[in-house]
Write a protein that binds this ligand. Structure first.
Ligand code: BEZ
Length: 263
C-alpha cells in the first residue's frame, strides 16, 4: 500500500483559485490538448459519466456531444458557474468528498487529479461511484512534470527563507507508484503511460504562473509577485523560451485507464 506524501491542502488558506476569464485566456490549451484522453475514454451514447475536476466544462461538453449523460464536479465555484453557463450539469464538490454509489459507467478526469491532496480518499470515492464494470480514465501531471519551473519556484522561495514544499500543491507520480495506488484502491490497471509533452503556452511564463502557481505566489507579499515571477522566468528562459519570446513549458502527462471489474 502506497502512503500519501504530506502535501498542503489545496483547499486550505493558501489554496489554488481559478479565474475563468484568465483561465480561458492563458489555459485554453489544457482542454485543447485533451483529445488523447477523450479518445481513451471513448464515451458511448447513454453512458452516465462523471467529469472529476471539470473546470470550465469545455471537455464535459465534448463528452455530452458524444451522447453521454454527464455530471461535472469541481471544487472551484467560479469554474462550476462557467461550466453551467455552457449547459453542463455541474456541482461544487471535491474529489475526496464524492457522495455517489454505483452510479457511473465511467469517471473521467483531465489535468485535475494532481491538485488533490488525499489521493487515496479520492480513489476510494471514485471506486465507490462506479458501477461494475466501470472505468476511471484520466490524465494528470506525471513524474517530471513542469520540473524546471517547479525547481525554480522552490529556489526563489528558498532564497527568501521560505520552505517551498509547504506551498507546493502538486502531486506528479510515476506510473509504477500510481499503478500501485490504483490497484490498492481495487482497480485493475489496463494502461498507464508517462508521456513527455512539451507544451507551447499562449503568453509569458509570468502569465502561466499567475494562473497555475497561485499557491507558491501566496507565500510572498503581493508586492513581491513580479520579482518572484521574473526570477523564475530568468532561471528557465534559456531552456523554455525561444529567440522570439515564445514559451514552451516542460509538461509530462500520466495517462491511464483503470477498471472496477466484477468478482
Ligand atoms: C498540469 O496540468 O500538468 C499542471 C497544471 C498546472 C500546474 C502544474 C501542472
Amino acid at each position: 500500500m502506497t502512503t500519501n506524501p504530506i502535501k498542503p491542502d489545496p483547499n486550505g488558506p493558501d489554496r489554488q483559485t481559478w479565474d475563468p476569464a484568465s483561465y480561458a485566456k492563458n489555459a485554453r490549451f489544457v482542454s485543447d490538448l485533451g483529445m488523447p484522453v477523450l479518445d481513451l475514454l471513448a464515451p458511448l451514447q447513454g453512458e452516465r459519466i462523471l467529469d472529476l475536476g471539470c473546470g470550465d466544462g469545455v471537455l464535459s461538453k465534448s463528452i455530452m456531444d458524444a451522447g453521454a449523460r454527464l455530471l461535472g464536479i469541481d471544487s472551484s465555484t467560479d469554474q462550476v458557474e462557467a461550466a453551467r453557463a455552457k449547459g453542463v450539469d455541474a456541482q461544487i464538490l471535491r474529489g475526496e468528498d464524492l457522495p455517489f454509489d454505483g452510479e457511473f459507467d465511467a469517471v473521467f478526469s483531465n489535468a485535475a487529479l494532481h491538485w488533490i491532496a488525499d489521493q487515496d480518499a479520492m480513489l476510494a470515492c471514485v471506486w465507490r461511484a462506479l458501477r461494475v464494470p466501470g472505468r476511471l480514465v484520466a490524465e494528470m501531471g506525471g513524474a517530471g512534470n513542469v520540473a524546471q519551473v517547479r525547481r525554480s519556484l522552490h529556489e526563489a522561495l528558498r532564497r527568501r527563507g521560505i520552505e517551498a514544499e509547504t506551498f507546493d500543491p502538486w502531486y506528479f507520480p510515476d506510473p509504477e507508484a500510481y499503478g500501485a495506488r490504483l490497484e490498492a484502491a481495487g482497480f485493475r490497471v489496463d494502461s498507464i503511460d508517462l508521456i513527455n509533452r512539451p507544451t507551447p503556452i499562449p503568453g509569458s511564463l509570468a502569465d502561466w504562473l499567475d494562473v497555475f502557481a497561485r499557491s507558491f505566489l501566496a507565500a510572498v507579499d503581493v508586492g513581491e509577485h513580479a520579482a518572484l515571477k521574473a526570477e523564475v522566468e530568468n532561471a528557465v528562459a534559456a531552456d523554455l523560451c525561444d529567440a522570439d519570446g515564445n514559451w514552451t513549458v516542460d509538461y509530462v502527462r500520466l495517462r491511464f485507464k483503470a477498471v472496477k471489474a466484477g468478482g
